[in-house]
Design a protein around this ligand. Sequence first.
Ligand SMILES: Cc1cc2nc3c(=O)[nH]c(=O)nc-3n(C[C@H](O)[C@H](O)[C@H](O)COP(=O)(O)O)c2cc1C
Length: 369
Amino acid sequence: MFATAAIRWTYRRALKPWYFRRDPEDVHDLMCRVGEKLGRYGITRGITDAIFDFEDPSLAQDVLGVRFRNPIGLSAGFDKDARLVDIIPSVGFGFEEVGSITGEPCAGNPRPRLWRLPRSKGLVVYYGLKNDGADVVAARLRGRSFGIPVGTSIARTNDAAHAGVEEGIEDYAKAFRLFADVGAYFTVNISCPNTCGGEPYTQPERLDLLLTALDRIKTRKPVLLKMPADLSYAQTRALIETSSAHRVHGFIFSNLTKKFDRPEIVQTEITSHARGGISGRPAFAASNELLSQAYGEYGSRFVFVASGGVFTAEDAYEKIRRGASLVQLITGMIFEGPQLVGEINRGLVRLFARDGFANVREAVGAAHR
Ligand SMILES: Cc1cc2nc3c(=O)[nH]c(=O)nc-3n(C[C@H](O)[C@H](O)[C@H](O)COP(=O)(O)O)c2cc1C
């Protein structure tokens, strides 16, 4: 507890002010290099573990046949090329999602492509799926075992050659084949807001074509769909109905929001250069709303994972009560520090006890009962 408080203080008073004066992508790259080095050696992993990790039996559960030691995961987009899989368990995460990884290597959009919104507690993301590509990342992970479940998020290569519906599907299928036996679960990211050709698979007919192609590929991994934040529930429902006819086991609500006029956003922070999707606080309410509606209707048929604007244990608990079995985050960790993961898990144990839940499973969807 003392170590956590000391790290929180150091992060907020010393590291964050230094980071927040520098280019966000440079800082992200630096963090990834440091994390990769810490993950390489038993001693640095052990020290990280001793400082950050927190375990409690009430946090553990099986979801879709996969054992999760706690419900808090690193969302897709932080560890794009799966270089942090050795250190992320020691930071206290219960799982991580690597990627999004595309069929072909992808340089992403031109820089700058990441901006901070300190007062709105969000980031504007315009990476455009920069990653090493499915061949390289699958080879990096194949045959390895991990301390926690590692999900593989796949998406369509962001270039003109893959912008057509058929070409896009073939690209997803290539990544799907390469990861069929690598990692614990799949996420099919149909909602990256920053790509050439837009988000074609958020239309039911095209989603149907994509999922039909993926159904033909053999895998034992469960499949989740990462959903957009800005569709109406009627549109979201149409995508869930389409998915019902395919090998889809659950949904992540949700990806970045593209609505720059959300009330949570301090408008003066948006510069004329910023474009893309927004994470953090501005994504909280929208993703919660869709999660609640979808769980209310489909909670007995699908698994739901939450993503968007988690900064505290109370935020994570709200998403669990709305129906999320698992909760992902990135922006909260960037704003609050890496000790946030343990703080959230500790806080969840306290909140479960306060409300009479023996474990996370009992709390999932409690707001609907
Ligand atoms: C820098 C950055 C890169 C991201 N890249 C991806 C990505 O490649 N694939 C994806 O599905 N989501 C991506 N996202 C969205 C996150 O996975 C997450 O859904 C979103 O940020 C909301 O969670 P947060 O508020 O906790 O950050 C990215 C987010 C950030 C901040």
